[in-house]
Design a protein around this ligand. Sequence first.
Ligand code: ADP
Ligand code: GN1
Ligand code: MG
Length: 378
Amino acid sequence: MGQNNQISQLERSQIIAIAQKFSNQNQIADIQAFGSGNINDTFLVSLQEVEAQSFILQRINTKVFREPKLVMQNMRVYANHVRDRLQNYPLDRRWDIPKILPTQQGQDYWQTESGEFWRSLSFIAGSQSFDAMQNIEQAREVGYALGMFHHLTSDLLPERLADTLEGFHITPRYLQQYEEILGTRNINKSPEVDYCLRFVSDRKDLAHILEDAKASGKLPLRVMHGDPKVNNILFDRQTQLAVSVVDLDTVKSGLVHYDIGDCLRSGCNPAGEETEQWQDVQFDMDLCQGILQGYLSTAQSFLTESDYAYIYDAIRVITFELGLRFFTDYLSGNIYFNVKHSEHNLWRSLVQFRLVESIETQESVIQKIIKDIQCKAL
Ligand code: ADP
Ligand code: GN1
Ligand code: MG
């Protein structure tokens, strides 16, 4: 179905049949494409009898996640760990973890005859997500949510999690893939493509910063979420507080810096990743401060001096990395990210590259925000 949010009649009846496997005899009232994720196909299933209990149904993208059973295994390891921890150390505010809903045969997923892989999750009640940050209070909440995720997993051994996506967030590998594609494809030149080609060629060194820090022991492996962008954080519609972090497919061993960088990359771009006005994209300082304040309110207990020293680099590395991933996917014929049109990934890469430029021109202000927050935390 991809991202165009239209379900054909045929597809609707097929999806309803699959939803039925998870619905525990309840009649399905409606099914709608849901959210704006770039990888899986997500649907909201409403039930006839129990209106409040709609659930999320997802077709896992098996071109990306080659071993979806490992994805489900990780989700269980993560959820069991966090639930145990919350039972022993209850929080003073709402925090939810999506439940895996089993099929009527008690399985975590349903595999169709053609090999499609489907799963269901409880809908986080009364929640909503946003594609772009709306205000400073939300920024603090997004930061808090990522801090809470890291805090609650800080005593989960990363080795207990399988690697569900080999090479994910290993920036030098994305650079290598990009160079391979450049060597084998005829590229349709345009001013935008030229800008991207030059941009990457000028910043190749960026790709190695975090991996070098990992290799030299300056940054340790911990449990990372892998994808803590704004629309993967859920807010309570009434209190406006963050109540859950979803999209757990990439929870695995990694650097928390990729998460911190990704959260800031996504959260401090109020125009959003999908804007067509890429020249106007700016990295917003107030939102940056808000996210970092929220993050450190829960994460300061485990961050070291060396961790703080790499926060600025993390922001521009991950932004560069995502621009590179979008651009490579564009050059490869759009095989990884869901797209609405053939230039979609090119436009997305322009947005990220412009964001890198905005981050770079504001380096001293960002460094000062990090320093001030670090001084208060220590
Ligand atoms: P993708 O990997 O394609 O991004 P996600 O798992 O992030 O798929 O799901 C897409 C969107 O659906 C999320 O960004 C979020 O807004 C919403 N969503 C996902 N899981 C839940 C859930 N359990 N409850 C409520 N909303 C959810
Ligand atoms: C994808 O699935 P979604 O839309 O939450 C991608 C992230 C990117 C993001 C950019 C598994 O996230 O790495 O940062 O798009 N997820 C995967 O919007 O590749
Ligand atoms: Mg998502």
